[in-house]
Structures are given as C-alpha cells and as structure tokens.
Design a protein. Structure first.
Length: 317
C-alpha cells in the first residue's frame, strides 16, 4: 500500500490553499483550488491513481473527472485515446475516492465541519454507481460487536436496540442527521421517542466517522446523503470497526430498492482514509494561519493496522 503520509500532503495542501477563500462566498473557486491542490500533489507521487468517485459532479462544480488518472505512472496505464489500459498492475495502481472540499457551503460562509478528504484502496476495490445518493446507517464498534442492525427496520426499533446495547436510556442517545426537508419525517419519529438529535447542515462524513469515536458523543448517524461522501465514510468505518449500511437512492434521493450494502460490499480490500480539517468540527480543528506558518490537523486511518493517527502539522512559510 502507498505511503499514507504522501497522500496526507495532498489534503493538507488543499486545506492550506483554500484558507484565503474562507468566508468569501465563492463556492466554485473553493472547489477549483482544492481540486487543483490535490491533483498537483498526487501527480508527484510514484503511483497510478484512478479517481473512481469524486464529489462535485452532482453540483456542477469543478471536480476530478470520472476515471481520471493521477500520479507519475499514469501514462503507463493510459491508451493513446486517453482511456485506462486493461493492463493494470496492482502493485502500482490504486483507486481513489475524493472530496477535495467536503462542506463547500460551510467554507464559503465560515461555518463548521469542512475538510479535505480521500480514501484509497486497490484497483476495483470500491463499489461505484451512477447514483448520487444513498440512505445510510452508521454505528460504532461498541454496537457492531454485539448486534447486527438492519437499516430497513423502523427507526424506532433501531434506536431501541442501540440504547439497549449501550445500556443507555433512549433520551440519552444522540443521533446525527443532515438538516434537510427530506428528513422531516425521520426527525419527527426520532424526537417522538425522546431521542436527542444533532442536526448538521453539511459534511455528513463527520457525523459518520464521529459515531465510531468514543469522545464524539454521537451514537449513530442516519439519513440520506451523497454517494461519494458515503463511500468515504464507509472507508473510515471499515478502519474503525464500526457498522455501515446503506441503500442506494436515485438522483431525487428516493430509494431504488431494498438491497442493503455494508462496508465489505462497498470496499473489498484494505483501505486508507485521509482527512485534513478546513474548519473546526467534530473530528478536528480547522486550518490556522499565523505570521510565519499554517497549522493543520488531520486524521489518518488504516483498515489493515486498525490504527488511528491524529496529526498536527506546522507548515512554515
């Protein structure tokens, strides 16, 4: 597997370079500068990366294009017509799922939770689809080790089971949900149980990862969000030993069918998760600027070693 710290330079670069656009309400420029920052660093690494999913397309924003090749070895695996060669060497080729600016609106308005994030695994490891949305359920390892939940069950039953496993009363359970009109019915059902809710306006990768970390206070994340963010979240959950389940939705955020996918369906092999904070949030602090340096805070996860690394980096000018 590629050196995770080489990939970290890419998300750190995106976070630093987008700092000057925080609060300026220019979402396209935020997406453009973060994509270019990550692309530049990835093209300096001795590998061939295939971007199989990237956030931005559904928002008509600057993004990586589907099956874009990056890395010093990309020309070795590109045909004369620009397509990926069938002769892929898995010793050097990896698939990438990238959200260069998770929380573009938050960055534009100086909000919270925004990050630059990616996941990387072996070629053809990630499950990909043309749909933009998925309905997901995420819980941490304490729950996953003791019970198998089912996202298709009524939310009331899911929360009752979570409370039982955690030995908490329902009114001490905290569920994290994206604040969207499509979730109004779900929110009402959960509140009628007496369960606490943390509503977030964007950045649902944060909520999914946080549900697997003891110090976050989040017991579960639930609801419909983006497909790219979902695959990245599932990558982190696989590293952390939690449970991630999803049902894919059409481009109007309506479930396609009742087929449930879990982490091993979505990511077949070893996966790395790399994220750097742009704004303060549940997972880490955002990038800070001082006269002589930037300071970044990042989270690195590895499904093979099960390691969690929190990195504070001082970047001197």
């Amino acid at each position: 597997m590629i050196d995770i710290f080489k990939l970290l330079k890419a998300t750190e670069s995106a976070a630093i370079n987008v700092y000057k656009y925080i609060g300026l309400d220019d979402k396209n420029e935020i997406d453009r500068i973060t994509v270019e920052s990550i692309r530049k660093i990835l093209n300096e690494i001795d590998f061939c990366g295939i971007v199989c999913l990237a956030e931005g397309k559904k928002d008509n924003a600057p993004t990586f294009y589907n099956n874009e090749l990056v890395g010093l070895r990309k020309n070795n695996y590109m045909t004369s017509t620009g397509f990926i060669s069938e002769e892929i060497n898995n010793n050097f080729c990896y698939d990438l799922v990238i959200d260069s600016a998770e929380g573009t609106t938050q960055i534009a308005n100086t909000g919270s939770e925004a990050m630059s994030v990616m996941a990387i695994s072996s070629h053809n490891s990630f499950y990909t689809t043309g749909y933009y949305y998925m309905n997901k359920l995420v819980v941490g390892p304490k729950i996953a080790k003791h019970i198998i939940l089912n996202i298709l069950d009524p939310v009331e039953r899911i929360i009752q089971l979570v409370a039982k496993v955690l030995d908490k009363s329902i009114n001490n359970i905290l569920a994290c949900i994206l604040n969207r009109p499509r979730h109004n019915e779900l929110i009402n059902k959960i509140r009628n149980l007496g369960c606490k809710i943390k509503l977030i306006n964007d950045c649902d990768i944060s909520s999914g990862v946080a549900s697997c970390l003891d110090d976050s206070g989040i017991d579960l994340a639930i609801g419909i969000g983006g497909n790219t963010e979902g695959i990245i979240t599932a990558s982190a959950v696989k590293c952390l030993g939690g449970d991630f389940q999803c049902v894919f939705c059409d481009n109007n955020a309506k479930p396609i069918n009742n087929t449930v996918y879990n982490t091993n369906d979505l990511i077949k092999d070893r996966v790395l998760f790399i994220a750097t904070g742009i704004l303060n949030g549940m997972l880490f602090r955002g990038v800070k600027y001082f006269r002589s340096n930037y300071v970044t805070h990042s989270l690195l996860l590895d499904s093979f070693t099960k390691s969690i690394q929190r990195i504070e980096t001082f970047h001197y000018l």
